[in-house]
Write a protein that binds this ligand. Structure first.
Ligand SMILES: Nc1ncnc2c1ncn2[C@@H]1O[C@H](COP(=O)(O)OP(=O)(O)OP(=O)(O)O)[C@@H](O)[C@H]1O
Ligand SMILES: [Mg+2]
Length: 296
């Protein structure tokens, strides 16, 4: 009860930032998604995060691949706490965030969007209040989603400002990438995507995949796809996964690492899409759905 009163006071004092205030914190929220599994999302997230930290960005990685937790496996981390503990008020957000290579911050989500939308207003406010505390210490948030078109994955994508779709040159990966964009467009109103082609033999193979996908999208869907770039197929990636280290850390001179450095430069130069969607708090508000704050 006491907690409810103090939370209500916080709301009255506008402790929780409004969407307009939030827009002034220029955090980029970017989701990394795919239709087909195993195309390299987690690897992309980990190495982009590390490249971005090398460019001086403060990066928070949200492991939204609920249940599988392959991000911590890829980095050899064993987080004890996750977002669930924050929601229950057991610990603060900074105790859940694990430090990874290059100082990247890693937040294990653990719970699905369904659970987030079913929280009580007090629990939701708890979460927003905790995010308010870290808002100013982040420049870029990367969300590692699961593969496919489950509503959980879709919601994480719609809450992000930019959606990076990862595809490989395999035909099934192409059709699945198309399917993801189609669902995000027809059911969730998303119409801008960035394509990253992973595991290519050379740069022309990446452009070829982009051409095929954007031609189909132009003909059948009213969406725009930007070509973000490619990552070369490189055995050093496989070796680094075995070592549970980012390839950029272990083999910084490898072909794949060079691609990640290029991609990170591009991303760091993107303008923040603030007029479309806000940042972290906005994202969580969106994930948690409509809330009647008077019920606190
Ligand atoms: N550029 C690359 N070159 C060579 N192998 C790669 C490359 N990128 C990824 N891989 C291989 O593909 C595997 C799967 O990558 P990753 O786990 O990142 O995919 P994912 O899309 O996150 O999978 P999931 O859908 O299961 O979450 C890696 O373990 C690695 O062996
Ligand atoms: Mg993954």
């Amino acid at each position: 009860m006491d907690q409810a009163i103090s939370l209500k006071e916080m709301m009255n004092k506008k402790f929780i930032k409004s969407d307009m205030d939030v827009n002034q914190n220029r955090v980029k929220v970017i989701s990394v998604t795919s239709g087909k599994g195993g195309v390299g999302k987690t690897n992309v997230v980990v190495n982009l995060a590390l490249s971005l930290t090398k460019l001086g960005k403060r990066v928070l990685v949200l492991d939204a691949d609920m249940g599988l937790g392959n991000l911590d496996v890829m980095l050899g981390l064993t987080p004890v706490y996750n977002l669930h503990h924050v929601i229950n008020g057991e610990i603060g957000i900074s105790d859940v965030i694990t430090k990874g290579p290059g100082g990247m911050m890693i937040l294990p989500a653990s719970s699905g969007v369904q659970e987030l939308s079913e929280l009580t207003p007090t629990q939701k406010l708890n979460l927003l209040t905790e995010f308010d505390k870290i808002d100013d210490s982040i420049d870029i948030m990367l969300i590692d989603t699961a593969a496919g078109i489950s509503s959980n994955v879709m919601y994480f994508n719609t809450a992000a400002q930019d959606i990076i779709v990862v595809a490989s040159p395999e035909p099934t990966s192409l059709t699945d990438a198309y399917a993801v964009m189609k669902v995000l467009h027809t059911q969730y109103g998303e119409s801008h995507f960035k394509l990253l082609v992973n595991m290519v033999n050379d740069s022309s193979e990446g452009k070829d995949v982009y051409r095929k996908l954007s031609t189909a999208a132009d003909r059948f869907l009213n969406i725009s796809i930007d070509y973000l770039g490619y990552v070369l197929k490189d055995k050093h990636v496989v070796l680094s996964v075995m070592e549970q280290r980012p390839v950029l850390d272990l083999y910084p001179w490898s072909n794949a690492s060079k691609c990640f450095i290029e991609l990170a430069k591009k991303i760091s130069e993107w303008p923040v899409n603030t007029h479309l969607k806000g940042n972290i708090q906005f994202m969580w508000k969106r994930l948690m759905g409509q809330t009647d704050w008077s019920k606190i």
